[in-house]
Design a protein around this ligand. Structure first.
Ligand SMILES: N[C@@H](CCC(=O)NCCCC(=O)O)C(=O)O
Length: 250
């Protein structure tokens, strides 16, 4: 059987006088080795691309993390310079993409900004600068030039028993990394909490009633997929869902 194709979302980054549509290699490698699938980057061209024509040809969608924030105007809040940077082209692509993929039953794995996009795509809101909120911990990455340090284990998460995430990695508490300053606020339509940090921050969600596999995490399983058990299980489950979808698509 052919390996499934996974659509990977892209940031738009200026470099060498061009705008590049790019995804970090960690997501691409985790798709290859952890999900045993082929990653294909979707440029963030918004409404210029017929999403259904693309989704007809793929078996899963991986929504990546990014330092940029979803523009708050998309969930009824004010955009400010301090809240940026934003990536309007990415927002214009990923929000409709995630809505459509979920509607069509195409497996979705959304990570960090990807999880925040999923929530906003379904009408939810985001909290910002959560480290300044009473009772909340600091979920930002440590300041370091070394990626292993930035992606180091930061806190534990509690998995909701009997949920989608529990089916994949078990209901036990486990440890995750943390590189975000925003978090889910009001949940979008159908979104269900699958894991939370001790300070109440929503760490994973699924979509109730979705036709296909949908799991989203606020942490980054792609980074330690070569060595961390829960990260491996998450990418393997996503790959299996994409293989099952591919088998019935063709
Ligand atoms: N900007 C949002 C989303 C967080 C996210 O996706 N982080 C990945 C950052 C990767 C890095 O810093 O290298 C937020 O801050 O909540």
């Amino acid at each position: 059987m052919k390996k499934p194709l996974i659509l990977v979302t892209a940031d738009v980054k200026p470099l060498d006088g061009y705008d590049w549509h790019a995804a970090p290699s960690t997501y691409l490698q985790a798709t290859l080795s952890g999900a045993d699938a082929i990653p294909v980057i979707l440029p963030s061209l918004g409404a210029e691309v017929d999403l259904d024509a693309v989704l007809d040809r793929v078996d899963g969608v991986l929504a990546t993390g990014s330092r940029s924030n979803v523009n708050p105007q998309l969930y009824g809040a004010e955009a400010t310079e301090a809240n940026g940077p934003y990536d309007a082209a990415r927002d214009a692509t990923t929000l409709p993409l995630l809505r459509r993929a979920v509607e069509r039953g195409i497996p979705v794995f959304a990570i960090c900004r990807g999880m925040q996009e999923l929530n906003v795509a379904f009408g939810g809101t985001l909290l910002t600068e959560i480290q300044e909120m009473a009772g909340r911990s600091d979920h930002r990455a440590p300041t370091s030039e070394h990626q292993d340090e930035r992606f180091r284990i930061a806190h534990t998460v509690d998995v909701a028993s009997g949920g989608q995430l529990g089916k994949v990695i078990g209901d036990e508490k486990f440890e995750v990394n943390s590189l975000h300053r925003q978090a889910l606020g009001d949940l979008g339509k159908g979104l269900k909490i699958e894991a939370q940090a001790d300070d109440g921050t929503i760490e994973a969600v699924s979509v109730t009633g979705a036709k296909g596999y949908v799991v989203a995490t606020q942490w980054h399983p792609e980074y330690w997929v070569a060595s961390d058990g829960p990260s491996q299980k998450l990418f393997k489950a996503f790959g299996d869902a994409a293989r099952a979808y591919a088998a019935q698509r063709t």
